[in-house]
Design a protein around this ligand. Sequence first.
Ligand code: GRG
Ligand code: 1GP
Ligand code: MG
Length: 247
Amino acid sequence: MKPSKVYQQIAALKNEKRHGFAVLLDPDKISSGKMEHFARLCNDAGVHFVFVGGSLVLDHEISKCIHIFKEHSSIPVLLFPGNPAQVCREADALLYLSLLSGRNADLLIGQHVVSAPMVKGSGLEVLSTGYMLIDGGVPTTVSYMSNSHPIPADKSDIALCTAWAGEMQGKHLIYMDAGSGAQTPISAQMIRKVSSNISIPLIIGGGIKTPEKVRENCEAGADLIVVGNAIEKEESLIRELAAATRI
Ligand SMILES: CC(C)=CCC/C(C)=C/CC/C(C)=C/CC/C(C)=C/COP(=O)(O)OP(=O)(O)O
Ligand SMILES: O=P(O)(O)OC[C@@H](O)CO
Ligand SMILES: [Mg+2]
């Protein structure tokens, strides 16, 4: 399946040496009743993409959340699912994650096989994504739920070889994630090492809280920065953090 519109927007960021900002909306923390408000905040801040999903989502309102968001915004919505039950047609695209940092066959290919008919029939733009967890100093929901070891934070060579393997397998994107709520975000040194050696777009997330960190990550070669927790705590940060990708 060839990716198209959303992929082209992400690839354009890289080709034109610009940087994008994505807000992660966790339906368990930002309920459908707040979606209109968040849509307006994201519009006003010039957010490029919205990711929706979680390692474990208790709320069954993902479709409703996306539907409301899209009534008030034309920002593309990308599903960021911890499992196939979070896939829904209302989004624009699906980050079709393969957990390359782990050695859990189910998250590399098993869940994809089981959900293939549903994903194929969804009409979603499918973005094949090499997903890499990097140690962020604390156990995160995703490391627990995926039952996998993250790549040690100081092992940039392992990160690079993992990203290379994903690129050579034909992944459209690499997403390096220190995990939601990480204590220590991914180092600029690791971002630089990976970014300067791959040609597909690089998404960076986990524990990013300040415009300075956003800026540092952009300078190190991140094409798209993802923030969730910090914005849930202080929604006015959306504007500041998004602006930092444009400096
Ligand atoms: C094949 C399909 C359609 C789905 C499977 C997708 C795979 C393989 C996922 C890999 C591992 C995984 C559980 C990723 C989830 C990543 C994610 C959405 C993280 C968002 O943050 P949370 O971990 O929910 O953080 P909080 O603890 O802050 O809620
Ligand atoms: O919630 P935060 O820590 O910003 O992390 C965002 C995202 O990369 C998590 O998968
Ligand atoms: Mg979550």
